[in-house]
Design a protein around this ligand. Structure first.
Ligand SMILES: [Zn+2]
Length: 201
């Protein structure tokens, strides 16, 4: 059965994670089914959407969630800014998906060699509003400060963790549902070379 023919409404957090991870296995092993792209699916969801997961990802052209997780139209509610950071508008978009569309699983997806993280590590002057992106990654640069290993990779994971924490404690919508056990928020990292997503928080 085409998994994307399912309605996302009522999908448990555990089932949502399973659907994402199974899709990522198809993608990383070259066995994509490219579900949910048919005219029938388009017509089915034209009058309303019931996505089964929210993905907060990076704008990087190499990490589109629908492709990495082999999902189709109407499956994922995606919020993307460079560095998979949050803004008030991004948070509002996430809250809309949880409160109005009843999505109960949220993944923050960082990735290997994130350019926003590399730029934040490099420092120096940034033109235009690019500096606001680098400042948003700043707390992760601090957090990963003394860690052994690859600095950029450490910050990528630290950044995911900080964003997960911020979302889990964001009142009133997200915090309340997380505390009631009705909403699951996890962090993950995407490997550019392997094509694999692994939960890191
Ligand atoms: Zn990135």
């Amino acid at each position: 059965m085409n998994p994307s023919a399912q309605n996302g409404r009522g999908t448990s957090p555990q089932e949502a994670r399973k659907r994402l991870m199974e899709g990522n296995v198809r993608f990383s092993t070259g066995k994509m089914t490219h579900p949910g792209n048919s005219p029938e699916r388009r017509a089915e969801i034209a009058k309303g959407q019931h996505p089964f997961a929210v993905v907060v990802g990076c704008s990087d052209s190499r990490v589109p969630p629908e492709l990495l997780f082999d999902q189709g139209l109407g499956d994922l509610f995606v919020v993307r800014l460079a560095g998979n950071i949050l803004s008030d508008e991004a948070l509002g978009s996430i809250e809309y998906a949880v409160d109005h569309l009843n999505v109960r699983y949220l993944m923050v997806l960082g990735h290997q060699r994130c350019g926003a993280v590399e730029a934040a590590v490099k420092g120096g002057h940034a033109e235009g509003q690019i500096g606001s992106l680098l400042r948003a990654v700043g707390p992760a640069v601090q957090k990963a400060g003394g860690m052994a290993g690859d600095r950029v990779e450490n910050i990528v994971v630290a950044n995911v963790g900080l964003i997960v924490d911020r979302l889990k404690t964001s009142p009133p919508i997200l915090k309340d549902l997380v505390e009631k056990g009705e909403l699951v928020i996890e962090g993950a990292r995407y490997d550019l070379e392997e094509g694999t997503v692994k939960i890191v928080q």
